[in-house]
Design a protein around this ligand. Sequence first.
Ligand code: ADP
Ligand code: ADP
Length: 228
Amino acid sequence: MIEMIDVSKTYSNGVNALNNIDIFIEKGEFVYVVGPSGAGKSTFIRMIYREEKPSQGSIVINGADLTTLKEKHVPYLRRNIGVVFQDFKLLPKLSVFENVAFALEVIEEQRDVLRKRVMEVLDIVKLKNKARFLPDELSGGEQQRVSIARAIVNNPRVVIADEPTGNLDPDTSWEIMDILENINRRGTTVLMATHNREIVNTIKKRVIAIESGRIVRDEMRGDYGYER
Ligand code: ADP
Ligand code: ADP
């Protein structure tokens, strides 16, 4: 499903962000990625959807080897990976409906198929009644739910979330976790980088800890770990 073999990443400025990473994530797993700021979590995550390329090693996602994947095939990879960001990254001039539809439109679905699918995923995130709203008419939690709807609209096998609760208050963060767990229960692999100790220690899942570019811990039903 997601496999990294001896992966290292050195940025063009010489920063050594990841070193000799070996990892295997099975279909349907829920994995937290934890570690201090600057540890390499975002780099690890960005390589999975090929926002960054490794300097060394190989990455296999859903059977496709990213190191030999042709540029023209990257859109197919991206369609099978939904991405959720800390700052939502919604298009401000488009409605909730349009933000989600935009992700589907690239594959030229028929209009009625598109409408049905967009309303289905807005139902999953409980925002059907706000389909016509603009992002800035929504709370932060609602905006994050739109971005989750956008991430799952193509029925990806993997959802990647980089600090999805980082800008949200605690109550709203638990709501977002409910939705991510729900998506995971339907069989989607979820990978989530987070600094949220309460969530990691309460909703027990696999924990991969990264420090100074190396995996220092990989535990099923692990703890957040770091002292306050
Ligand atoms: P984390 O997500 O754990 O905070 P990052 O993966 O963002 O860690 O960063 C790991 C290291 O790589 C840091 O030293 C950071 O400054 C550096 N880094 C991250 N992105 C880039 C980039 N685009 N160019 C150069 N260095 C980067
Ligand atoms: P069911 O569980 O029978 O699929 P739901 O009402 O729960 O019914 O799901 C509604 C729609 O959401 C379905 O069309 C289904 O394809 C879609 N769906 C289910 N799981 C996911 C997922 N992980 N990502 C995206 N869409 C999903």
